[in-house]
Design a protein around this ligand. Structure first.
Ligand code: ATP
Ligand code: MG
Length: 338
């Protein structure tokens, strides 16, 4: 049995009188101790997937359809109290900009202790001891627990956010852009620490990033999202070796760290706003240099191009051609055909 199965997840936000269909038909499975990367540009729905799984959507957000099965139970149907005990105990999160969520008026050690004591009936001295262990686990000295957040660097605060997520020994951690706000060197160190912790503690992880290079480094499987939908999903190694979707090809170009000999080519334009969008074909079409007429008439169905490798594109048969052309800057500079 998979640790987590997500089936046909749809999430909406209500904004005034309009509906933002932020996540559509998202599906994936995650086994114990494994990790899945979710990648895509800003606004494509990554955080919304994370919040829906944690049942931490804001008040104007709701799951409009689908199932989230964690350890065999559909957690969308659990009572609030049942969900509260599951959250942090079994599945925890390092939220986006986690380092800014530490309360400035409390010592970080007290915050860590509180998060343990909320769930465990143990004496405070024991919770403090566990907090020291956790601080050391994430590479901080125990004495840092006595600091207030403003006394810590961004990297240290982020390490505390990771310690907080680890505090109850969860089986799944959802890390939402855990290193994005940090400088490159600190980012690398934190990433190395997360990988080391995962190898030691064997928790499963959903790792969210807009940087496909980071995902390539960390994740067994990956999902590329665009405008709320999956466009490509599969084993990371296979997906990199045999990329099918034009958007994934574009993202690979835009992060040359994964193809060292190549210069950076960005995808012109921006993802669409999702307010009141209609299902009139592929959402990537206006930016896609490979769009053909059919792309405008219906949403491309998800096709399994090989076992476990899913792609939503009408041009999978021409992929050899697409891959070659995608390496040329001129391809991306010309406007899309349609
Ligand atoms: P980023 O990389 O910027 O964090 P993301 O991929 O995490 O982006 P989401 O934050 O999930 O994207 O947003 C998906 C869509 O839902 C966007 O169009 C966004 O504007 C919209 N959205 C997110 N949160 C809300 C909200 N609270 N109310 C209304 N719309 C929202
Ligand atoms: Mg986000």
């Amino acid at each position: 049995m998979a640790l987590l199965e997500v089936h046909d997840l749809d999430v909406e936000y209500l904004v005034g009188d309009s509906i933002v269909r932020a996540v559509r038909n998202v599906f994936f499975t995650l086994d114990e101790g494994k990790n899945l990367g979710i990648v895509g540009e800003s606004g494509c729905g990554k955080t919304t997937v994370a919040k829906a799984i944690m049942r931490l959507l804001p008040r104007n957000g709701r799951v409009a359809g689908g199932r989230v099965v964690f350890e065999g139970r559909d957690i969308l149907r659990l009572e609030d109290a049942q969900m509260r005990s599951l959250r942090w105990e079994k599945l925890s999160t390092i939220p986006q900009s986690a380092m800014n969520t530490l309360d400035p008026v409390y010592r970080v050690g007290d915050q860590l202790c509180e998060s343990i004591l909320t769930h465990r009936r143990i004496p405070r001295s024991k919770a403090w001891k566990r907090s020291v262990e956790l601080a050391e686990l994430v590479g901080l000295e125990g004495k840092r627990l006595a600091n207030y957040p403003h006394q810590l660097s961004g990297g240290m605060k982020q390490r505390f956010a990771i310690a907080m997520a680890l505090s109850l020994d969860p089986s799944l951690i959802i890390a939402d852009e855990p290193t994005t706000a940090l400088d490159v060197i600190t980012q690398d160190r934190i990433l190395a620490k997360i990988k080391e912790l995962q190898e030691g503690l064997r928790f499963a992880m959903i790792y969210i990033s807009h940087d496909i290079g980071v995902i390539a480094e960390v994740c067994d499987a990956m999902m590329v999202m665009y405008a709320g939908r999956i466009v490509e999903y599969g084993i990371t190694r296979e997906l990199f070796a045999d990329t099918y979707h034009p958007y994934t090809l574009g993202l690979k170009n835009a992060f040359p760290s994964i193809q060292a000999d190549r210069r950076l080519i960005s995808i012109p334009g921006f993802p669409p706003s999702l307010v009141g969008i209609a299902d009139e074909g592929c959402m990537f079409r206006p930016r896609c240099p490979f769009a053909i007429e059919g792309c405008g008439t219906r949403v491309p169905p998800m096709a399994e191009v090989r076992p476990g490798h899913w792609v939503a594109c009408l041009r999978t048969d021409d992929v050899g051609l697409l891959r070659e052309a995608a390496q040329e800057q001129a391809t991306w500079l010309e406007s899309a055909v349609i």
